[in-house]
Every structure is written in structure tokens, then in C-alpha cells.
Design a protein around this ligand. Structure first.
Ligand code: GLU
Length: 611
């Protein structure tokens, strides 16, 4: 139990407590469609955690982490590192994120916290019926995803350019050098990319992707195959020299629009005008006070993205509601959360997800509850929500949305929907800046559309299917509108939860973290935060803890990580329990007395580097 003694404030010895048998095949759970995970599982690999003194970068692929490290060593800032990481991820982890997608970035410069929104937007011609079939029923997720229909105007490059203008130290063009060299000279296909490629059926339907990701006989490239992407090298070179307009205007934008509109069976409405109109948005971050009463008590400040992400609201509501239950008296049992704690967590999460379904959407299109979004994190409101939880069970029959202010919401709640390919980057630099950035093309391989300008170079980049994060049904059963319905120019609700943790008393940054995982991002992030703040785990052992979550009223435990007694104790409290792989991709860096300690998820290929 050595790691239990290790707190954010104490030096944490390197521990590798993750000793699961590695499932080698991709497993896509079929238990319930809402529980299907964004990306399949690949092999588990125990990670040691990494101690650094001055700076650190954590990303989901070693080549991407190395690119960020190169920038930090060259005197670059956290944002410089993030640009280098993202451009390499576009190449080496194309299933998860890339220049054809969107992202949220939370930044701290030692004084101010900023929230950069690079979320995709719906085309000007989009209508609330975008994902309805002719009979008025919502489309199946796959029918909606594959093709041009689901593609929103990508925002990650414009957003990074905005953040770089404010916080960059190295020249923009320099940040692209690692990705351009790897795209031109080739990189070894990683085991995870090979595993996900082997399991993928729709990518081949796109001729550009079929030529790039598969050999002449249609077989996916195996791990270790050296893949070159000269088209992406050329596009990145142009963005490096001209800025984001090289992507959002001119020949690249025209190629994106033509790809989306030209899809044979499922065209979309995105135009070159939608791309050139795209604006990243700087938003006010959403922060909450969070007190851990155990001795010695500590006052934290948790900060995350406001809507259109539901991430911080839900993570904050879960932790804030748990604070009004006996949860904090419950230690880990055999180094895992036990059934009594999981029951409380599940109930708190069900309440948070009920509010999420009711209220959260693009703030340019819907109003926050009376008193603003922060009213949903208000301690008195959460204390009242917590009274709905029976500490020892049974489970509450239905979790309904609450009413944070005097005004009742006029929206219908959004039904649970699968959300699916994402990656998380955490960086602390030598200048006192830190960031948490979660970046996505939505489903694994996005819309399965690979953009190529047609100038004779192989490869290209994948387009997102982010519009499927909107509610497919624009109205509820009672005819009321759903807040997160499709509307022109609107940004779909997200679950991405890039999070920064501060000491509320000193203002010092204590940790940066986040994860992919669709709606389960909220649970993965809440778990890691709870483990860091309450159970004294370090960034690695917190990430390693078994995953769990609740989705569509079903309690989901990470397969093979909980014993039968835990599952039956939860069933005895009335929960429906399923056990499926839950492939998070957590990355976290936490302060220690001697510097930083970073962790990367054993369920994916990430590493941490720093000095
Ligand atoms: N598109 C999802 C969101 O923005 C993320 C999907 C994933 O993590 O795979 O919430």
C-alpha cells in the first residue's frame, strides 16, 4: 500500500502496480449500444510513472511526446509543446485526433486561467433534422457517422494558433518540424494503430484512406510498417509557413468541402465558407472550490471547460455531490474502490448526467440555468441533490434533472447517445505555464474521409464526425426542444474534460489531467481526481485504478478488474451491472515537492517526458 501514502504534496516513489493480464484482441463491447467505447481496447502495458524537475509533457504516443519534449528543451512554452504534439498525433494516432478535428485547451500562465474552445461547428445549412431518417426516426450511429453528413468545420488548428499568439515562445513554423519530418521520412505504425486498423471496416470505403492505410491486397498495415504521408507533410508545411488559413482557406479548404459534399451515399453540407468563417473562442473557465476534509484538510480549486463541454460541470457535480455523502470516509478496498463507494459514486453520477442531458449545449444557442453555469456547481444545490441518495442503497429509481435557480428549464432531456477517437495532452513548462488539452475527431477514424488535394502525393488527413455529438432527436417525447439539437453554426455538446487543479489557498497549480472515452471521459477524469485528492495516489497509480462509470442508467465496471463480490454487492443495491473493457487514455502530471510526477494510461501507448 505504499502508494496510498503518496500524496500530491509528497514525493511519490515510482510504482508499477498495474499487473493485469493483457487482452491482445480488440474488444468492442456489445452489452448496450450506449456503453460501446469510442475506441477499442489494445494491449495493456504497465507504466512506471515519470518524475521530472522542471517541465514535463504527457501524450498518448511516444513520438508525439518526444516532439513536445523537443520544444520544451528548446525553451518552448507549454503551448509550443502542444502544437508539436498535436501535429505529430495527426500523423501517428490518426484514429483519435488531428488537424481535421477539434479540441479544448485549458491554459494557466502562472496568473490567469484561460479556456480555449476549438470545437467544430455545424455548417450554415445544417438543420435539426440532420440525423433523422425520412420516417422521422433518429438514424443509426454508423449511418450518421460514415460520410460527409457528420463533418463539422475543424477547429483545432485555428485554436492552437490563437493560443500560440498569446503564449508561444518559439516560432510557429518550428513547431511543425517534427511532424513534417516524420510524415516525409516515415514512422513505424504503432501496435495500437495496427490493432484498431485491423478491426476497422468502414475506412476502406474511402479510396484515399484505402490506399494509405492498407496494402494493395486490402490488408491493414501491421505494427512496425514504415508509413509515409507526403500529402500531410505538404499540408503541414503550408500551415507552418502561412498559418491556419492554409487549412481553412484556399485549396485545402476546397478539398475538404469537396470531400464532404462529394460523398456518394451520405454527403454533407460543409462548405469552404463554413471553414473560412470558423473562429476559435476564448471562454471563461469554469472553476469550483473543492475541500477535502480529511486531515490535514486541503482547499482545492478545480478548473475545466465550460459549455459546450459538459465535462467540468459533470465532473464537478459528481465530486461536489459526493462531498455531501459518506464517500470520503471510505478508503480503497484491496487497492480498488469498494462497493459502498461505487454505489455513492454511481448515484452522484446519475444525478450529474441527468442535469447534463437537460441543460448542456452550446452557450451561444442556449441559456445557462438562472445564475449561470456555475449555479449547477453551487454547494447548496449539490447538497440538496445529495439528499436524493440513500447511502446504503437502494439505488434511486430514476435520476431526474434538478433545478438550480428559480426558473424551470423549458428543454427536453437528451437521450443517452454513444460518443466516440480522442487523445489527451498535459504539459507543464519551465516558465510556469501549464495546460490540459483534449483533442478529438470523435469516433475512431472520424467520418472515415481522408482529405487529399489531388496533387499526386499519397496520404492526407482524416475528417471528424463531431456533429454526431448533437442530439439526433431535436425534440423530446413531450414535443419540447432538446438543448443540444443540431442548429446552423452551433457547436455540439462535448464530454471532454481537460482539468487543472490548484491549491485554493496559494493559487499554485497542482495537477493537469484528462482523457478520451466519450461520455466516460467524465468518469475517467472524476476517478483520477478522486484518487489524487482523496486516496493519495500518484499520477500513475491514480490512472491505473480500475475504471468504472454509469451510462444510460447502467453501472459499468472495467472488465477483469473487479471481483464478483463487488459486482454482486452493487446488484444487491439495485444496480444493473455490466463488465466491459473501458479503454481510457488518461494522462496526468502532478506536482511533488521535488518537481513533477507524470502518469500515462497503461491502456494506451502514452508516455511522459521531461527534465
Ligand atoms: N466526441 C467526444 C466529445 O467531444 C469525445 C469522443 C471520445 O472521447 O472518443 O465528448
Amino acid at each position: 500500500m505504499r502508494q496510498l501514502l503518496c500524496t500530491l504534496a509528497l514525493a511519490c516513489a515510482v510504482t508499477a502496480s498495474f499487473a493485469q493480464t493483457a487482452p491482445s484482441a480488440v474488444a468492442r463491447p456489445e452489452a448496450a449500444s450506449a456503453i460501446a467505447q469510442p475506441e477499442g481496447a489494445s494491449a495493456l502495458r504497465a507504466k512506471p510513472g515519470w518524475a521530472t524537475r522542471t517541465f514535463a509533457v504527457a501524450a498518448a504516443n511516444p513520438l508525439a511526446t518526444e516532439a513536445g519534449y523537443t520544444m520544451l528543451r528548446a525553451g518552448g512554452s507549454a503551448v509550443d509543446a502542444a502544437v508539436a504534439v498535436q501535429t505529430v498525433l495527426s500523423l501517428v494516432e490518426p484514429q483519435s485526433s488531428g488537424i481535421g478535428g477539434g479540441a479544448f485547451l485549458l491554459h494557466f500562465d502562472g496568473k490567469a486561467i484561460q479556456a480555449f474552445d476549438g470545437r467544430e461547428t455545424a455548417p450554415a445549412t445544417a438543420t435539426p433534422a440532420l440525423f433523422l431518417k425520412p420516417d422521422g426516426q433518429p438514424m443509426a450511429m454508423r449511418q450518421a457517422t460514415v460520410g460527409g453528413r457528420s463533418v463539422g468545420a475543424p477547429g483545432v488548428v485555428p485554436m492552437l494558433a490563437l493560443a500560440h499568439r498569446q503564449h508561444g515562445k518559439l516560432p510557429w513554423a518550428q513547431l511543425f518540424a517534427p511532424a513534417i519530418a516524420l510524415a516525409r521520412d516515415g514512422f513505424a505504425v504503432s501496435p495500437r494503430m495496427a490493432t484498431l486498423l485491423a478491426a476497422e471496416t468502414d475506412l476502406k470505403t474511402d479510396p484515399v484512406a484505402a490506399r494509405y492505410f492498407f496494402d494493395a491486397s486490402g490488408q491493414p498495415w501491421p505494427a512496425g510498417h514504415i508509413l509515409r504521408n507526403p500529402e500531410l507533410a505538404a499540408v503541414l508545411q503550408r500551415i507552418a509557413s502561412e498559418g491556419p488559413s492554409a487549412l481553412t482557406e484556399g485549396t485545402v479548404a476546397q478539398a475538404i468541402a469537396a470531400k464532404v459534399q462529394g460523398h456518394a451515399s451520405n454527403p454533407g453540407g460543409l462548405t469552404a465558407n463554413d471553414l473560412s468563417a470558423y473562429q476559435p473562442i476564448e471562454r471563461t473557465p469554469l472553476c469550483m472550490a473543492y475541500r477535502v476534509a480529511q486531515a490535514p484538510p486541503r482547499n482545492y480549486r478545480l478548473c475545466g471547460m465550460p459549455p459546450p463541454s459538459s465535462g467540468m460541470l459533470a465532473v464537478g457535480q459528481i465530486l461536489g455531490t459526493l462531498a455531501h455523502t459518506p464517500a470520503s470516509t471510505l478508503a480503497l478496498e484491496a487497492e480498488k474502490p469498494g462497493a459502498p463507494w461505487l454505489h455513492l459514486y454511481t448515484e452522484a453520477a446519475r444525478l450529474a448526467f441527468a442535469d447534463r442531458a437537460q441543460f448542456v449545449a452550446d452557450p451561444q444557442f442556449v441559456s445557462a440555468p438562472e445564475g449561470g453555469w456555475a449555479s449547477l456547481l453551487d454547494d447548496a444545490y449539490l447538497a440538496q441533490r445529495a439528499t436524493l441518495i440513500s447511502p446504503n442503497g437502494p439505488r434511486m429509481p430514476r435520476a431526474l434533472p434538478g433545478q438550480a435557480g428559480a426558473v424551470r428549464s423549458s428543454y427536453a432531456p437528451m437521450a443517452a447517445q454513444t460518443e466516440h477517437g480522442t487523445s489527451h495532452i498535459s504539459v507543464v513548462d519551465a516558465w510556469g505555464n501549464a495546460l490540459a488539452m483534449t483533442t478529438t475527431i470523435e469516433d475512431a477514424w472520424g467520418a472515415r474521409l481522408m482529405v487529399n488535394r489531388g496533387v499526386g502525393l499519397e496520404g492526407g488527413f482524416l475528417l471528424n464526425n463531431q456533429l454526431t455529438d448533437f442530439s439526433f432527436a431535436p425534440t423530446g417525447a413531450d414535443g419540447k426542444l432538446v438543448a443540444n439539437r443540431v442548429e446552423p453554426g452551433k457547436r455540439p455538446r462535448s464530454s471532454m474534460s481537460p482539468t487543472l487543479v490548484f491549491d485554493a489557498d496559494s493559487g499554485q497549480l497542482l495537477a493537469t489531467l484528462g482523457s478520451p472515452g466519450g461520455a466516460f471521459i467524465i468518469h475517467f477524469t472524476a476517478k483520477t481526481l478522486y484518487a489524487l485528492l482523496h486516496w493519495g495516489l500518484n499520477a500513475q497509480t491514480a490512472i491505473d485504478l480500475p475504471n468504472f462509470g454509469v451510462m444510460d442508467e447502467v453501472l459499468v465496471l472495467e472488465k477483469g478488474r473487479f471481483d464478483a463480490a463487488t459486482a454482486s454487492a452493487l446488484r444487491a443495491r439495485g444496480h444493473t451491472v455490466v463488465q466491459v473493457p473501458l479503454p481510457s487514455g488518461l494522462q496526468a502530471i502532478a506536482r511533488t515537492p521535488t518537481g513533477w510526477f507524470g502518469g500515462a494510461d497503461p491502456r494506451r501507448e502514452g508516455v511522459v517526458l521531461g527534465d
